[in-house]
Structure formats: structure tokens, C-alpha cells
Design a protein around this ligand. Structure first.
Ligand code: FE2
Length: 304
């Protein structure tokens, strides 16, 4: 069958390219542009992951899916999602055209708005794509945001970023200011990766996955919990902020939190470490902060 609509396929959506060309970050969700193939991809992704969620996701995530009334039959409308979500935690999902620089991303979390990708992967890339898409962002992240406790974790992240930007603004030497913020961004990105994106949590004697990178991956979700190839260790701040990662492989190393209260305390501790200068010179390696990420932190004061 010939595809008549341009569609909203990741990296192939003219609507997104036009928005980017105009420098627009926050955009509307042009629901009418999703093609039948896009809708079919959503249905297929949802149908095959549902039994895995029931087995490997924490109860809080499953409750979130119920509360949001996520539709197995079609791509969600963010307005519908937000009608359920906002009264629960004050969070909302806000459509973006693509990458949001690090500071703006964290600042958005502080304001309880989650930058949300609205394109969907091509049906030939069901298993993996490097970019986030609406299945990763809405099916993987947003159900967790129905929880007050979990959403407070994200807000705290934003507060740590704000303090970091204020702290480095006081450094007179520009080279040192850039070096320091690049290290802090790397530490924060690693923490975020090993918790919000790829974290495991205890559930009685078992483990469950609460990281959205796992919850949106048909293959890696069970792999992260069951495979003998994966090292699963208790979350240790000093280790996590110094641990690099590869985004293109199943994670060989994942970190376990005891509870979401535990995770909240860890973000608190991250903030204390930041203020004590303990994030100022973390181990080199992935990820490295882009110039745009660094600039976003250094210009942060102008944004307030
Ligand atoms: Fe994500």
C-alpha cells in the first residue's frame, strides 16, 4: 500500500524538521499527521510489551498505566494524558521537537513538565533506535509520573541543576567554570541514566525495572532482570557518578534501589555532593557534555 501521509516517523517527519528549522523546541502534537503505519507500530509495540510489564514492572508503574488510561489501540494524545496526569502529581507531558539541552531539560522537570518526543519509531526498528520516541517517552516514562514520590525525584533533579548553575556562575575563571560544569553535567547524566532510564528496584525478594529505557524495550526488560550476563548491584553514588555507559548495547551493569524513598534520598545526596565539590572532577568517559549542554548551564541565569 502506498503511504499517502508524510507521517510522524522518527527522523522522517517533515513537521518536526520544519519546527527545528524555525528553532521551535516546544511544539503542538499534530495528531492528524500520524499515518496508519505509525498507529500500527504503536499497537504492535504495546501488545508485545504488555505481558512483560505485568511480569517485570513495579506495581507503581502498572497503576500508572491504568490511571493514564493508555490506549493499546492508538498513539496517545498528550492532552488526554495530561488530563489524567496533572491532578495526580502536577506533572504534564509537553511535546518537543527533539533534543532539549541539559539545563533546559532539568529546568523543565523542576517545573513539572516532561519534554516529550512525539514521533514514533519506524516499524522496521521496533527493537532499538538511538533516539527517544513517543513509545519510550509516554509508555516508558510517563506512567511513573503519576506517582507523587517519583515525580518529586524528578523535581529534585531540576533543583540540583539550578544550584549547579548558580554555583558555577560564581567562578571567575571561564576555563575552570566550563571544566567544572562539564563534570557536574556528566555526573548528573550518569545518575539519571542509571536510575530514571535503566534503574531496578527491589520488590520483596524479586527485582523489578522502573527505568524507562528498560520499560520501553521488549528485549532488554526481561534481560535486565533475568540474564546472568547482567551485573546487578546496590545503587552506590560514588560508583554511579564515575561509571560510563554505552547507549547502543544492552546494559551489562545496572543499579538497584530499595524504594522510591531511597531514590529520593540519593538525589538529595547528589545535591549535597555537588555543593561539596564532589562532582567537580568525575571520571572521564561517556557521556560527555556537548557544548550546547554546557552553554545551557552557563546561560541559565539569563533564563530566570
Ligand atoms: Fe528516556
Amino acid at each position: 500500500m502506498i503511504e499517502t501521509l508524510p507521517g510522524m516517523t522518527t527522523t522522517k517527519a517533515p513537521f518536526i524538521e520544519d519546527a527545528k528549522a524555525r528553532g521551535e523546541v516546544y511544539i503542538r502534537q499534530p495528531y492528524e499527521l500520524y499515518s496508519e503505519e505509525n498507529q500500527e507500530t504503536w499497537r504492535a509495540l504495546y501488545a508485545r510489551i504488555l505481558p512483560k510489564w505485568q511480569r517485570y514492572a513495579p506495581p507503581l508503574f502498572l497503576e500508572g498505566v491504568e490511571k493514564l488510561a493508555l490506549d493499546p489501540a492508538g498513539i496517545p494524545k498528550l492532552d488526554d494524558i495530561n488530563r489524567f496526569l496533572e491532578p495526580l502529581s502536577g506533572f504534564s507531558a509537553r511535546a518537543v521537537s527533539g533534543y532539549v539541552p541539559a539545563y533546559e531539560f532539568f529546568e523543565s522537570l523542576r517545573k513539572r513538565a516532561f519534554p516529550t518526543t512525539i514521533t514514533i519509531r519506524h516499524k522496521d526498528s521496533m527493537d532499538y533506535l538511538p533516539e527517544p520516541d513517543i513509545f519510550h517517552d509516554v509508555a516508558g516514562h510517563v506512567p511513573m509520573h503519576t506517582s507523587r514520590r517519583f515525580s518529586d525525584v524528578l523535581v529534585r533533579f531540576g533543583e540540583v541543576a539550578l544550584s549547579a548553575s548558580q554555583m558555577v556562575a560564581g567562578i571567575a575563571d571561564e576555563t575552570e567554570r566550563i571544566r567544572r560544569i562539564a563534570s557536574i553535567i556528566r555526573a548528573m547524566a550518569r545518575f539519571f541514566w542509571f536510575s530514571v532510564e535503566f534503574g531496578l528496584i527491589r520488590h520483596g525478594e524479586e527485582l523489578r525495572a522502573y527505568g524507562s529505557g528498560l520499560l520501553s524495550s521488549f528485549g532488554e526488560l526481561s534481560h535486565s532482570v533475568e540474564s546472568p550476563m547482567v551485573q546487578r548491584v546496590p545503587f552506590q553514588l560514588e560508583w554511579v557518578i564515575n561509571q560510563g555507559f554505552d547507549i547502543d548495547e544492552y546494559q551489562p551493569l545496572v543499579f538497584i534501589v530499595d524504594s522510591f524513598d531511597h531514590l529520593f534520598d540519593l538525589v538529595e545526596e547528589l545535591g549535597q555532593w555537588m555543593r561539596q565539590g564532589r562532582l567537580d572532577n568525575v571520571s572521564p568517559g561517556e557521556p560527555s557534555a556537548s557544548e550546547e549542554d554546557i552553554r545551557s548551564f552557563l546561560d541559565a541565569r539569563a533564563m530566570e
